[in-house]
Design a protein around this ligand. Structure first.
Ligand code: R5P
Length: 305
């Protein structure tokens, strides 16, 4: 079963695709891209034919709407070049947090995103740590969210005996997984968000953090408000140190600084999006972890490795 990796525009997609190519021993082709004078996007896969499976690697970074459209265009282009199957690897799925009609009249945007990728011609969809795994049911083909945290923790050398904390109950399984794979404890905080204002509060909860090295684990750092509030309350409760770990660090000015100001020692994130370099941010290349999952799920064979 032959396969070719094709990546979308931008350094983040290129870097991720190259990591995937190295770990799987597959060729990587970059797309050509430009913007027309009116702002419309153009992409081209510079090949005459694609044999077997095409793996389109493109993250839905800002501007998210254009990135999504580029995914759709690349899927269509790959089908046009004769690929028998198209798998999309989108390290970050934009709009995944609009997974419910929180207020009447709202769309379930993640559903529209995933259905459009399937309709363009992709039969499978892989992403990293989607906000809520149940969102994947909206993709009519095979969809998979790769959990990166144990891999990330091992890559940065996190040891045993840590306290892993989810900032809300919905994220508890992330902390539980880390505690069981590394050997440590886990718990969750109680977070509330006002759906209209977006204002977050972390309510006090009995957690014995005194003297502990704590890792706050979440899918995403957006403004940094959630993890900063959590870090502050844990340090006030006597935690020895706080590390913040997330799969996705969004490009929002000041978010890392907010975490550092709140007392976090270090921020550990995956390379699912373009990340500004910062002395306290460690970026883990999770492409090999995604590659393992593509092989395990039978999407492609590993060759030359
Ligand atoms: C929310 O449910 C998510 O899991 C994150 O906790 C949230 O999106 C982080 O946002 P922010 O960094 O703006 O607090």
């Amino acid at each position: 079963m032959s396969a070719t990796i094709v990546h979308g525009p931008g350094e983040a997609s290129k870097g991720f695709a190259e990591g995937l190519g190295r770990s799987l021993g597959l060729d990587v082709v970059g797309c050509e891209s430009k913007l027309f004078p009116d702002g419309e996007a153009y992409v081209r896969i510079p090949q005459d034919r694609l044999e077997g499976t095409a793996v389109i690697v493109h993250t839905m970074a800002r501007p998210q709407d254009r990135s999504l459209l580029e995914v759709l265009m690349l899927v269509d282009a790959a089908r046009g070049l004769g690929a028998s199957r198209v798998t999309v690897v989108a390290p970050y799925t934009a709009y995944a947090r609009q997974d419910t009609r929180f207020l009447s009249g709202e769309p379930v945007t993640v559903s529209a995103v995933l259905k459009s990728i399937y309709a363009a011609g992709a039969s499978s969809y892989f992403t990293v740590e989607i906000h809520k795994e149940y969102s994947l049911r909206h993709f009519p083909g095979r969809a998979y969210s790769v959990r990166p945290f144990t891999y990330m923790a091992r890559q940065v050398g996190l040891g045993r005996g840590l306290l892993f904390l989810a900032p809300d109950m919905g994220a508890l399984s992330r902390a539980r997984e880390l505690a069981s794979s590394l050997g440590g404890d886990y718990d969750y905080l109680v977070k509330r968000r006002d759906r209209r204002t977006g204002e977050i509060s972390i309510e006090p909860k009995e957690i014995n953090a005194s003297g502990r090295e704590v890792v706050i684990v979440d899918d995403i750092i957006s403004t940094g408000g959630t993890a900063a509030r959590a870090a502050r309350s844990l340090l006030e409760a006597g935690a020895r140190s706080v590390t913040v770990m997330a799969a996705h660090l969004l490009d929002i000015p000041g978010n890392v600084e907010r975490l550092i100001e709140a007392g976090a020692d270090e921020v550990v994130v995956a390379n699912t999006l373009p990340v500004r370099s910062h002395p306290r941010v460690r970026i883990v290349d999770v492409a090999p972890r995604v590659g393992d999952e593509l092989v395990r799920q039978g999407v492609i064979n590993r060759i030359n490795t």
